[in-house]
Design a binder for this molecule. Structure first.
Ligand code: HEM
Length: 392
């Protein structure tokens, strides 16, 4: 979609499925400039008519911009809301999670291994790894895991009616409110308890609603994205055995494979929404932005644009020299979970091919169905024959 839009310029006006008109930024250099500029904000108070309710905002976009999260704040407020999230995801804390990720992946592979016939690698594996890691990080009880995954996936689906979108958000909100209440009653060694403790110690203190909204951000930003990060890499390597061999022979590293997949098919395609906080010009493109213009950045296509990747950008090549991409964003809102996501992707996908070296897609790649979302890019199902001996 981004490629078709780019035929109309670096950031043309486009109409979203729910009728909202936005400037869709599809030029990677412009996207980088806007993402680090202070004249562009993620705070919806810059959206004319939003605060006084005179502007009608459809359910899907409202679900993204309404919560008072780090994602929708700037400056001091952004730093205050982001600090506890970043604190839980430092390189040291992520390294400490490695044994947990290995254990989760190992036991999931045991379960997949016990199955017969064709397996859906999304449902049986890619969806389960981040679910089990995120729920463990947050201290969510096992009996609620399914509800959480369903609720989070529901919020990402973009083709749903207004009433349904509202209902789905309400469901996730309820689950998180209960989580905060439970942890207040019975604190434990987990991220939710730590958030509550940091919130109470903060100046000013974070309310329970703010804690709930930051948890919402971690759950919604960390789950569905990583599910499809894993799925996209599985498909890339199952359909390109010669690329897989580069890792198994030691000619390329798994880190390179993860990075190439994030360049080639990043899971976060567009992340609503930003606004111009004043009139400004972008001399490089000659574009003029007006105060209050809604801006939607395309994160998905940057790594394939000639300005970032001059050579054979449409081919998947784990040996390429790393190029600049936007899979985890750029600027103050850069993803604080990128280290965890990369580690999950690497351990999961490497573990999968160690266990099923002869697996193949059970359908042609072109027959794989994408999920129903313009926000996230990933496969709805990945049917796999685990133990075939001949390549398709
Ligand atoms: C492959 C997996 C992931 C991808 C592709 C991804 C992508 C992104 C992107 C593009 C942004 C920036 C959005 C913007 O500037 O508009 C972002 C922000 C964020 N991500 Fe991730 N993410 C992933 C995994 C995770 C994980 C595992 C976590 C946490 C456990 C996480 C937590 C967050 C948070 C809290 C933000 C908001 C940061 C802020 O506003 O300061 N993400 N992510």
């Amino acid at each position: 979609m981004a490629r078709a839009i780019s035929e109309h310029g670096p950031a043309p006006w486009v109409r979203l499925p729910d009728g909202l008109e936005v400037l869709a930024v599809v030029d990677a250099d412009l996207a980088h400039r806007l993402l680090k500029s202070r004249i562009v904000s993620r705070n919806p108070r810059h959206w004319p008519g939003y605060e006084d309710g005179s502007l009608e905002v459809g359910g899907v976009v409202r679900n993204w911009v309404a919560p008072q999260t780090a994602l929708n704040a700037e400056g001091d407020e952004h730093r205050r809301l982001r600090a506890p999230i970043q604190g839980a995801l430092t390189a040291k804390r992520v390294r400490a999670m490695e044994p947990v990720i290995r254990e989760v992946v190992g036991s999931l592979l045991d379960q997949v291994s016990a199955g017969e016939g064709i397996v859906d690698a999304v449902e049986a594996f890619a969806a389960q790894v981040p679910l089990l890691i995120t729920t463990r990080l947050l201290g969510i009880a096992e009996e609620q895991h399914r509800d959480f995954r369903r609720a989070v996936a529901g919020v990402f689906e973009t083709g749903v009616a207004e009433a349904e979108a509202v209902q789905r958000m309400a469901r996730l909100t309820q689950l998180l409110e209960k989580l905060v209440r439970d942890k207040r009653r019975a604190p434990a060694d987990d991220f939710t308890t730590e958030m509550i403790q940091q919130a109470d110690a903060g100046n000013p203190r974070l309310t329970d609603d703010q804690v709930r909204d930051q948890l919402m951000l971690v759950v919604s930003a960390g789950l569905e994205t990583t599910v499809h990060g894993i799925g996209n890499l599985l498909v890339a390597l199952m359909t390109r055995p010669h690329q897989l061999r580069l890792m198994t022979s030691g000619e390329a590293s798994w880190e390179q494979a993860v990075n190439e997949s994030l360049r080639y098919r990043p899971p976060a395609e567009w992340v609503p929404l930003r606004w111009a906080v004043a009139d400004f010009d972008d001399p490089e493109t000659g574009m003029r932005f007006r105060s209050g213009d809604p801006i939607l950045i395309n994160f998905g296509s940057a790594g394939r644009q000639p300005s970032q990747c001059p050579h054979s950008a449409d081919s998947f090549d784990v040996t390429r020299t790393p190029v600049r991409h936007l899979a985890f964003g750029y600027g103050p809102h850069t993803c604080p979970g990128s280290g965890l996501a990369r580690m999950e992707m690497e351990i999961a996908v490497r573990g999968w091919f160690d266990r099923f070296p002869k697996c193949r897609l059970a359908v042609a790649e072109s027959d794989l169905r994408m999920i129903g979302s313009w926000i996230i890019s990933g496969f709805a199902e990945i049917p796999v024959a685990l133990r075939t001996s001949s390549a398709r």
